[in-house]
Design a protein around this ligand. Sequence first.
Ligand code: CO
Length: 192
Amino acid sequence: MPRIVHYPHPALRYPSVPVSRIDDAFRTLVRAMFDRMYEAQGIGLAANQVAIPRRFFVLNLTADPAQADQELVFINPTIVKRHGLVEEEEGCLSLPSLYGEVKRARKIRVQAYNLSGEAVEYDASDLFSRAIQHETDHLDGKLFIDSFDDQARKAAQEKIRAFETAYRQAQESGEIASDEDIKRQLDDLARD
Ligand code: CO
């Protein structure tokens, strides 16, 4: 069962590579990601948040496992249109309990593949649009804190430092592998 990694785990900065096949192992991984996401009460989870450097993410805006018909899987997504600008508060399962305002396109058009390997296209607005942009950023190694303005960054600085300190301490105690070892593992997974 994959675990959600926290900032500043190197997987979160790793530029993910395209998904090349949808097989049983992939479907099992997707299911496990949904389960982890629900456990953490999230609405979206990108593969590199479970240290898999592949371009896909899962989404259920209801955060409710009973509403499985709302589950969406975006494989190799591309945002092809962006329109307008809107600022709203966001959070992220890789930086739990940290929130801040982020400017995003109000409406987007996204193209991707679903779990059946079919090409899909959505015109998204509101939370749907924001979640897709947040998760697609993950796949590019980008975090929502990168988009903070000076004021939001200042407000979050202490919590961000605390994440960094906790992470380095976990590495020193051997609970988490070194950055070099993790990067090697990510390179192997990206080649596979
Ligand atoms: Co996130």
